[in-house]
Ligand binder design. Structure first.
Ligand code: KG4
Ligand code: ZN
Length: 321
């Protein structure tokens, strides 16, 4: 059994996954409420909270699986990218657990983790496929031909798709994190009420700064009261523009590299309009879209295993060099 740990942002998570990809436990403790009053994640607050939560969350995962540390063969942990202080809590906890038991440790890249959410049971997706990874920190189009990695075909040149949702939600006075709030509000709105721009860059890259600015101007032009009245229409139209950009580019990428199978992972994969707009696409299960440790344990099955005790100097990284 693999014990996975994830602390890259504001979720403290631990999971137990078998070598064949069966989830035995998947515990996620979200700090969202703690950060909501600031409208976003405060790194130092996140690190401190991870420190408090990491041991109880591991204990809860073991309990959920009906297992003890004796049943764990490997520890997998998110090494980056993310908030470096937050990552260090998970990396240190993983080192301590692995070292105390003489176990190997697998450092996992968080983005590979999102892709590996597709490799879990009961109905795993097998490469090759085209993968859209859309989260709060990243928007990537990936050519996936093996479990252990992928080739990047395109990325956002400015905001990530989830970030665009979060910033849009903030402009509309909705809560944090904003993606789910916009998704919910959009159901009561008219997606054609406002025409927000869909950026069409050369190649397979994305840009979401234009649509964000367009929403800002629309809210400003309407004025506070009218914007409040038309909040659902604004949310629906804004979501439509983001989803359209994601769907267009994803289809283009699949065609460019000759994949007829499309998969979508990351927090934004939970979006209901996106899920409806790519019929036939494979979406990560809802519980595995946003950050979790089952996906990290899953990626750990294909990563570089560092034998005991050759991981004590392992460092976290905030971004890829
Ligand atoms: O993958 P994730 O949990 O964290 C990162 O690795 O960044 O993604 C979080 C992002 C947030 O920006 C959140 O607003 C977005 O996923 N999100 C959604 C929905 N649920 C979460 N965006 C659109 N619609 C949703 N239903
Ligand atoms: Zn993530």
């Amino acid at each position: 059994m693999i014990l996975g740990l994830e602390t890259s942002c504001d979720e403290t998570a631990a999971a137990l996954v078998t070598g064949s990809g069966e989830i035995r436990a998947n515990v996620v403790s979200s700090q969202a409420d703690l950060h909501a009053r600031y409208g976003g994640v405060v790194p130092e607050v996140a690190s401190r909270r991870h420190l408090e939560l990491v041991a109880p969350v591991v204990r809860e995962a073991l309990g959920e699986a009906g297992a003890t540390l004796d049943d764990v063969d490997t520890v997998a942990v998110t090494q980056g990218p993310g908030l470096v202080g937050a990552l260090l809590v998970g990396v240190s906890a993983a080192k301590a657990l692995a070292w105390a038991r003489g176990l190997p440790l697998v450092p996992v890249d968080h983005l590979h983790g999102h892709v590996a959410s597709l490799y879990l049971g009961p109905d795993p997706v097998e490469p090759p496929f085209l993968c859209l990874l859309a989260s709060g920190g990243h928007t990537l189009l990936l050519d996936v031909r093996e479990h252990a990695g992928y080739t990047v075909l395109g990325t956002s040149i400015d905001d990530a798709a989830g970030e665009a949702f979060d910033k849009g939600a903030r402009l509309l006075g909705l809560g944090y994190p904003g993606g789910r709030e916009i998704d919910r509000l959009a159901r009561d709105g008219d997606p054609e009420a406002f025409s927000f721009p869909v950026a069409r860059l050369d190649g397979l890259d994305f840009s979401f700064s234009g649509v964000k600015t367009a929403l800002l101007y629309a809210v400003r032009d309407l004025g506070h009261e009218r914007a409040e009245e038309r909040k659902a229409d604004l949310a629906a139209s804004y979501q439509r523009a983001i989803v359209r950009a994601l769907v267009e580019r994803t289809r283009a990428a699949a065609e460019a590299v000759g994949h007829d199978r499309i998969a979508v992972v990351g927090g934004v994969a939970a979006n209901s309009e996106l899920r409806e707009s790519l019929p036939g696409g494979r979406f990560a299960p809802l519980a595995l879209c946003t950050d979790n440790a089952a996906m990290i344990a899953s990626a750990g099955r294909y990563g570089r295993r560092l034998p005991y005790p050759r991981y004590l100097d392992l460092d976290a990284y905030a971004s890829r060099a």
